[in-house]
Design a binder for this molecule. Sequence first.
Ligand SMILES: *Cc1c(COP(=O)(O)O)cnc(C)c1O
Length: 228
Amino acid sequence: MSELEQDEAAHRLATVNAAIARAAKLAGRVPETITLIAISKTHDAAAITPLIAAGHRVFGENRVQEAQAKWPPLLDRTPDIKLHLVGQLQSNKADDAVALFDVIHSVDRLSLVTALARAMARQGKRPDCFIQVNIGMEAQKGGCAIGDLPALLGQARIEGLPVIGLMCVPPLDLEPAPWFALLAKLARENQLPCISMGMSGDYETAVMLGATHVRVGTALFGTRGQPA
Ligand SMILES: *Cc1c(COP(=O)(O)O)cnc(C)c1O
């Protein structure tokens, strides 16, 4: 890792943290209650290491297999890192996800609730979970329909899944604020303390509207080579 890479990573991290703190204060919130998840998908260990060296400890990936290939050696070196899964999860990967991740943001259907509950029982490990809501009702997107949320949450509670909040990825080309406000309202109505929303382009807006977890990739790592 070169000194330049190290400086650049530290600078990007400080910039994002300062923007989060500013948005939090504007909204009368305490910045320390907001978790910045550095989304490292498509970036290799060499790109991630400078951010770890700059003191960051919370990272997110969107694919189980990619994370399995990349993270174990990094976690060996820095055991206090927390790893979040933010991408769609197939039920047959539930065991792998429970084994590797500390938090899972993409619980969105009954079959996955059951698969995760079984994996947690088998492993005696209980990563915190978010229910992903398809907030813009987009056909191609993951997440449960708003109307299905009560039943899904009810089943998750019956099966003992540790659900701490809701997560969304709003429609790409629309103003994100109304979707963020809607997700925050749904979290309140369902007595869920955590809200995972906001990416590089809109995390300050998300913080002002109540995000407790923001998922930021590009603003910390630069643009990704290929779509992920
Ligand atoms: C890639 C990704 C992000 C980060 O996106 P950026 O625009 O690069 O900040 C956040 N959330 C999810 C679910 C993602 O897949």
